[in-house]
Design a protein around this ligand. Structure first.
Ligand code: UDP
Length: 253
């Protein structure tokens, strides 16, 4: 079989050229990194879970009319996506204080925010993805004012969708990050949700116990990351309920 052309390799995913122009194949690795890649590990089954979970969330977005890059899942670790031009910003939405916002503003983790807050960070590993203001974004030309308005609107719609879906299975959406890309339909540019939506890029807390079910389990050494992600997938019905561990073989009687 001819080798596929690799377009880009990131920390948790690889992008390959797709079968048709305007498409890519997105491959989910088992690699986990935190603290700007200072902490690294390979976590058996994480890629498989994130491939399924991102598919689940993106399909849900499509069903309520929120445009995104997902086209079709190809296999356990790969999905076909629309090629986009990624805007070099991480768009973060927060419902409760946690992580860098808690540190920056001295708010204890879990403090409810008066309303969802959208933040932008510049995607630049060398600089540690610094927080930037809308002024910076316009002045340096990373996005236009129209793009910014569209990005905020998209991010808040994704927040409403994700908050509802998670609450229905007893999980609180504390915050999340999305990436947004440009696509062209003839002469018209549109912005769509790209990259991934998975427990790697969200903070998810059990409503009753506060148990963390996201990448903080890895960042803060709180136990098995695959168990946490499997629990999210199980509650959402993405995995059959009798699967307790993504990589463990099950006996069939
Ligand atoms: N996040 C992410 N990728 C990043 C930075 C943040 O997916 O490079 C997600 C993170 O998982 C959390 C949200 O964005 O759900 C807010 O992260 P925060 O700014 O608190 O940074 P952190 O504490 O994760 O460094």
């Amino acid at each position: 079989m001819a080798r596929r052309k690799k377009i880009y390799e990131g920390k948790a995913k690889i992008l390959y050229e797709g079968p048709e122009p305007g498409t890519f194949v997105q491959y989910f690795k088992d690699d986990a990194t935190a603290f700007n890649a200072e902490k690294k590990a390979t976590i058996d089954g994480k890629g498989v879970l994130n491939n399924r979970l991102s598919e689940f969330f993106m399909k849900g977005l499509t069903q309520i009319g929120i445009p995104n890059h997902f086209l079709k899942r190809l296999n356990m670790r790969e999905q076909l996506i629309r090629q986009v031009e990624i805007i070099p910003l991480e768009v973060i939405v927060r419902n409760f204080a946690a992580g860098s916002m808690s540190t920056r503003l001295g708010l204890s983790e879990g403090t409810a925010l008066p309303r969802p807050i959208v933040e932008f960070c510049l995607k630049d590993d060398k600089l540690g993805d610094p927080l930037v203001s809308e002024e910076h974004i316009i002045a340096f030309g990373w996005a236009s004012q129209q793009d910014l308005d569209d990005m905020v609107a998209l991010a808040l719609r994704v927040n409403d969708f994700m908050s509802g879906v998670m609450l229905a299975v007893g999980i609180k959406l504390v915050d999340f990050k999305i990436e947004i890309g440009r696509v062209w339909d003839n002469d018209f540019q549109r912005l769509i949700v790209a990259d991934e939506i998975s427990p790697d890029s969200c903070r998810l807390w059990d409503v009753e116990t506060g148990q963390k079910l996201d990448k903080d389990v890895f960042r803060r050494d709180l136990g098995s990351l695959t168990d946490a992600y499997t629990e999210v997938a199980r509650r959402l019905g993405v995995l059959p309920s009798n699967v307790t561990h993504a990589t463990k073989p099950t006996l069939i009687n």
